[in-house]
Design a protein around this ligand. Sequence first.
Ligand SMILES: *Cc1c(COP(=O)(O)O)cnc(C)c1O
Length: 372
Amino acid sequence: MTEPDLPARRGDGIDQIDTPALVLDADAFEANLQRMAQATTRLGIRLRPHAKAHKCPEIARRQIALGAIGICCQKVSEAEVFVNAGVEDVLVTNQIVGARKIWRLVQLARRARVGVLADEAGNVLALGAEALLQETDLDVYIEIEVGMGRCGVAPGAPAVALACAIAAQPRLRLAGLHCYQGAAQHLRSAAERSAAIAQAGQLADESRRALEAAGFSIPVITGAGTGTFPLERDSGIYNELQPGSYVFMDGDYARNQAANWDIGLAQSLYVLSSVMSRPNASRAVVDAGLKALSVDSGVPTVTGCRGAEYVRASDEHGVLQLAPGTALAAGARVWLVPGHCDPTANLYDWLVVLRGNVVEDIWPIAARGMLR
Ligand SMILES: *Cc1c(COP(=O)(O)O)cnc(C)c1O
């Protein structure tokens, strides 16, 4: 067997890390884990972090050790990685459609507690038939459209109709309502975020009442992310929270945190890049472009190097605009804060864990690329 091509080894210094590399500041990361535990599990709130942010079983283990009840995943193949790594409770926060995927999902439910979303009766029928065939119970959450404009049934009566379809399947269990208002997370003004979550809560509550009036019990109302979770937590309506990016943070959440969202989370995720070329006094080019960073929430922020600004990404190059007198020779290390952490982490096989200036560990991002 050949050795995996690791970007660093334990005990390496920063200069020995091969770039571009995805680097975790261990102290900041651990502080974020503690901060979220203080804000949720230690107050008795169920925390089910979204693992699509990190795709890393080592991180999920630490979240669960600090009180998380399990994790969320977005894809069946992603959930398989975490169950294989020993996670016992996974909610796939998505509709799972198609015979092959449903077969795999139900296979997984034989080995762990597995939940899935539904917003359509035909899909419920297919899930129920496969669960019956494989003699396994499956948790189903009704997804309510609470303002995001994506999936989900309309609140109220349509949710009751879907609950009846779930109840007709002997191996499906109506586990709760999924009421995620993801669009609210990135709104720039605090007032807009509050209004969007208040509206989502109202629609969730209206649905719960309609279901209870029809004789269904709704033990869990789940949703929320890093950008809004204290609002859902304090709503009196949600009783399970799903933040994911809080472990890392990113440029987009940092902009809100600086403006009006001081939730005490620190940047822990970086892309470490190197200067490849220094064509003139005002330009340096680093080795981290589109294939090393996600730019859907803007280009990365340069940190720890005054006078350098990342202005343009192409496939494998990042162009830095330099203020006069900025010293950045070829080979110099440049730290970048990605605009959006989730799709950036998905580009790397390994997470280099740095404690101070020393590589403490290297964790596999085992679910990266798990699209199905
Ligand atoms: C992405 C996602 C989250 C977490 O959002 P963050 O911004 O990463 O905290 C929670 N729930 C669902 C359904 C998601 O898709």
